[in-house]
Design a protein around this ligand. Structure first.
Ligand code: DC
Length: 224
């Protein structure tokens, strides 16, 4: 029997990726964290496509997109992201990348560039993909769609703790502000904005643990 395609969309720091990763392990699916792809392109742009003032030069980035090869590799059960053979898994979580990624993600050229890779990985089923536009644009025919949300305070706490656990300096105000700004840009952009698909199941996990959220999602998935 064909394994399902599951789309998980929602706001930043609602646990989409870590939840998807565990569900993938439980159900034997491939997990794709699409936010990491946008972060990877942002990291490339910061390193290779800035103007004299240090700002990202979008035209330069568009002209260099064909130099970017992003791939995931599982090492000791961690999913690492490689950019042209360098492991950039930690770098893509930095505040510098977080504060610029929404600018990159609202560019149509960037979204088109990543579309094919996302669709082809799901074409044979057996995938759980998390992001912002998976259920609405990338995989509108997904077998299951979930949309995760949580209060701003709870999300701030989670992102702050995540950064701390990675040994990265940050403060809660900065993290909160970054989430507010990204929510706004992600939901109001013209191309593929963050929104709940009409047939997605809404889950507010402000008061749910990660395990409870996983249990709730699994309760909707039929045996296959
Ligand atoms: O999930 P994340 O915080 O790692 O995502 C980083 C950014 O990438 C987020 O601000 C919005 C963007 N993104 C997107 O536009 N579309 C996706 N499918 C995934 C992420």
């Amino acid at each position: 029997m064909r394994k399902p395609v599951i789309a998980i969309d929602g706001y930043s720091s609602t646990g989409k990726s870590s939840i998807s990763k565990i569900i993938a392990q439980r159900l034997g699916l491939v997990h794709m964290d699409t936010g990491a792809l946008y972060r990877g392109i942002t990291y490339f742009a910061i390193k290779n496509c800035t103007d004299a003032g240090g700002a990202i030069d979008l035209e330069l980035l568009f002209s260099k997109l064909n130099e970017i090869k992003l791939r995931f590799e599982e090492v000791e059960s961690e999913l690492l992201l490689f950019l042209n053979d360098s492991d950039i898994s930690k770098e893509i979580r930095s505040n510098e990348v977080s504060s610029q990624v929404s600018l990159i993600a609202c560019q149509k050229a960037v979204r088109d560039f990543l579309m094919e890779a996302q669709r082809s990985i799901a074409s044979n089923g057996g995938v759980i993909m998390d992001g912002r536009d998976i259920g609405t644009v990338v995989l509108p025919d997904a077998d299951y769609k979930f949309f995760l949300t949580a209060s701003l305070e709870e999300r701030t706490k989670r992102r702050f703790l995540e950064l701390q656990s990675m040994g990265m300096e940050s403060n809660e105000d900065e993290v909160r502000q970054n989430l507010i700004t990204r929510d706004k840009i992600d939901s109001t952009r013209e191309v593929a904005p963050l929104k709940q698909a009409h047939d997605a199941i809404l889950i507010d996990n402000s008061k749910l643990t990660k395990q409870e959220t996983i249990g709730l999602i699994l309760s909707y998935i039929k045996e296959f």
